[in-house]
Design a binder for this molecule. Structure first.
Ligand SMILES: [Zn+2]
Length: 472
């Protein structure tokens, strides 16, 4: 079992996971008011694959990703759609499950919903009121931020720079500006409500995560994750609620950067949103997963046609590698002669070790993938026994195991690939042809020439070396 290190947002330090206890991971999931966009898929992929890696190392990992199905945005979107909000949230939850299923990386161990957690939420709010940390006001209940001395610790903000972003509807009800809502009385136009000691109403947003995390993982658990846009106020408020109620809460905070489009945050209001389902239709699941792990999880990730085509090209390069180096399947596994790690310090074993070490080091997927492509390049140039098995094992760890399966260049697409996609594929083939020629593997180079011809391209020699041109 490898030591797994994570850069913790709360302490700013590198923390290690305790191998002797279950590694509970709670990651904040979507608010289901629309189909999810590619940015929402990032935490789903990062935390699912992180849990997968931990399990492969022998940790007992349990991943919980909630669904926020009570929210102002849901009431507003349901009204626009002319539907009841409960039915609308159910439909959007089903769409979220279907869209993320298509990523092909499995489901979290638990996916609790706010609507199914209301009893626990009411209990925690009542406890916070009893302890002097919350107060009822006009049918709403607010958290008394002044009662929690650690407030601002996660986001490192000064009180004067903090804004809960929930002024609408709470004017005159809060003792202090910085207090935030735990419970909201039913407002006009809201078609769902729950009975509570403070009258009919519904949970505000932050409180559900304090309750769900504890119900699924216990009062003290290993990792709390989510997008960096949730650090304040959402996660700051989760800490305040849980710790004020005497729960130690999360040991380590792990935040993924935002997916942005050309430097802009991806958002509905910016009009640069890209639905996950559209990305899956257009580029396929492997390219979407490869794209989402192409940057370090903590860094922002640029979205656009170019990065998606690059991801597609990397997947195609891997697919081509397995066409030339088929992985022998023995009882669903890798054949013994391709078994990595069996023969000590072989190049595949060394690369596989470096790949896993990169994942253990703050889940550095780009460094891991670079190790994989080094091995692919080596094996394309020269025979490297065991390379295919090692690459297959790496791919399995990052949810791309299907890349090893036989699939012809053109057949795999449901529809003819877009022009740019064709070019990206042809570029990959050309690079491999160059490699094959450099390695004097002329038979393989000729095969690739034929594959290129099938795509409508040929390679012509020019002063700058071989060049790809559309076939005349
Ligand atoms: Zn949350």
């Amino acid at each position: 079992m490898r030591e797994v290190r994570i850069r913790d947002t709360l302490s700013g330090a590198v923390q290690t996971l305790d191998p002797d206890h279950e590694v509970g991971i709670y990651a904040c999931g979507p608010t289901v008011y629309s189909r999810i966009h590619i940015g929402n898929a990032r935490p789903f992929v990062v935390f699912s694959l992180f849990a997968r890696f931990l399990r492969s190392e022998g940790y007992k990992a349990r991943l919980v990703v909630n669904v926020t199905d009570i929210n102002d945005k849901i009431y507003a979107a349901a009204a626009r759609a002319g539907e009841g909000s409960a039915k609308f949230a159910e439909e959007m939850t089903a769409a979220y499950v279907a869209d993320t299923d298509r990523l092909g990386i499995g489901r979290p161990d638990a996916e609790p919903k706010a609507t199914e957690t209301v009893d626990g939420i009411i209990e925690l709010i009542a406890q916070l009121i009893d302890g002097g940390h919350a107060y009822e006001s006009g049918g709403d209940v607010y958290f008394r931020v002044r009662s929690f001395p650690g407030y601002g610790r996660l986001s490192n903000r000064r009180p004067e720079d903090m804004d809960q972003g929930e002024e609408a509807g709470s004017a005159g009800l809060k003792e202090e500006r910085l207090d935030f809502a735990l419970w909201k009385s039913t407002k006009e136009g809201e078609d769902t409500s729950w009975e509570s000691p403070w009258g009919p109403g519904r949970p505000a947003w932050h409180i559900e995560c304090s309750v769900m995390a504890e119900q699924e993982l216990g009062a003290s658990f290993a990792v709390h994750g989510g997008g960096s846009d949730l650090v304040f106020p959402h996660h700051e408020n989760e800490i305040a609620q849980s710790e004020s109620a005497g729960r130690p809460f999360a040991h380590v905070w792990m935040h993924n950067g935002m997916v942005d489009a050309g430097g802009e945050k991806m958002s509905k209001s910016e009009g640069n949103i890209f639905q996950l389902s559209e990305a899956l239709d257009r580029y396929g699941r492997e390219a979407v997963v490869a794209y989402l792990i192409s940057g370090h999880y903590r860094q922002p990730l640029a979205f656009g046609e170019l990065p998606m085509e690059e991801a597609e090209a990397r997947v195609e390069r891997l697919r081509n590698f397995f066409r030339g180096h088929p992985v022998g399947r023995v009882a669903g596994g890798v054949s013994p002669e391709q078994q990595p790690g069996g023969s000590g310090e072989t190049p595949p074993a060394t690369r596989l070790e470096a790949f896993k070490e990169a994942l253990a080091d703050d889940f550095n997927t780009p460094r891991a993938m670079a190790e994989m492509f080094e091995l692919v390049g080596e094996a394309n140039r020269d025979e490297v026994p065991g390379a295919a098995g090692a690459v297959a094992e790496m791919l399995e760890l990052v949810g791309l195991g299907t890349v090893t399966e036989e699939k012809s260049v053109v057949e795999g697409s449901a529809s003819p690939p877009a022009n740019s996609t064709l070019i990206a594929r042809a570029e990959v083939l050309k690079a491999e042809r160059d490699d094959a020629r450099a390695a004097k593997d002329f038979a393989r180079a000729d095969e690739i020439r034929d594959e290129l011809a099938a795509l409508g391209f040929e390679v012509r020699d020019s002063a700058d070396g071989p060049r790809l041109v559309p076939k005349s």
